[in-house]
Design a protein. Structure first.
Length: 206
């Protein structure tokens, strides 16, 4: 747990880690990275950052707290504790809060896709990276055109993009000498594909 980043997130969200506040925090981190990191790259895989951020208000809230993504619940999961001077530190005790109850409905792949679109749409940013001359080079990839995610996409399309991103990131231990083997790709797909197959995502391995 990065206490500095948790503190920044709390400063933005002010104890309410909901969609609008986390969308703003993601935007602030993006702007900070562009300004401070000359090697900053925000590629298609960054879609997963939006998906992960949704867990704070979709999966972590406590049913005994009216499913509110409040500070006591979120800080418990992160193991974040505040000092008397207001700063935060990692207490090494990240845990599910006492008397915590899970959400009633499952958080499906389509739900994640929907939330990614909603979060991105609140503060659209360019996909691409900083270049040596100080400019920003936007990319084109699948649903990303001229650096921007097409927010007219539906949740199924975004979920399939996540599937493609997952299957192309094959662990190096499974790779051939130069490129991933068909067998390695098939193994990875067998672990992540079942939840995507019903969505109609392409699963060709060649």
């Amino acid at each position: 747990m990065n206490a500095t980043l948790f503190s920044m997130m709390q400063d933005t969200c002010k104890s309410n880690f909901d969609l609008p506040n986390l969308a703003l925090y993601r935007y602030q981190r993006y702007q900070q990275s562009i300004a401070q990191n000359p090697d900053f790259y925000f590629g298609p895989f960054s879609l997963l950052l939006y998906g992960a951020a949704t867990f704070l208000y979709e999966l972590m809230p406590n049913g005994n707290h009216a499913y509110a993504p409040d500070l006591p619940t979120i800080s418990s999961f992160f193991g974040a504790q505040q000092k008397a001077d207001g700063s935060w530190f990692f207490n090494g005790k990240e845990t599910i809060p006492d008397n915590w109850t899970n959400r009633v409905a499952p958080y499906t792949t389509l739900d994640v896709g929907t939330q990614i679109l909603e979060m991105y749409a609140l503060h659209p940013v360019l996909f691409g990276g900083n270049t040596a001359d100080g400019s920003f080079d936007a990319i084109n990839w699948e649903g990303i055109k001229n650096g921007k995610l097409d927010t007219s996409l539906n949740a199924t399309t975004v979920a399939c993009l996540l599937y493609q991103l997952s299957t192309e990131r094959v662990p190096s231990s499974l790779n051939g000498l130069l490129t991933p083997t068909v067998e390695a790709l098939a193994f990875v797909a067998s672990k992540v594909a079942p939840q995507f197959k019903n969505l109609g995502c392409p699963t060709a391995l060649t």
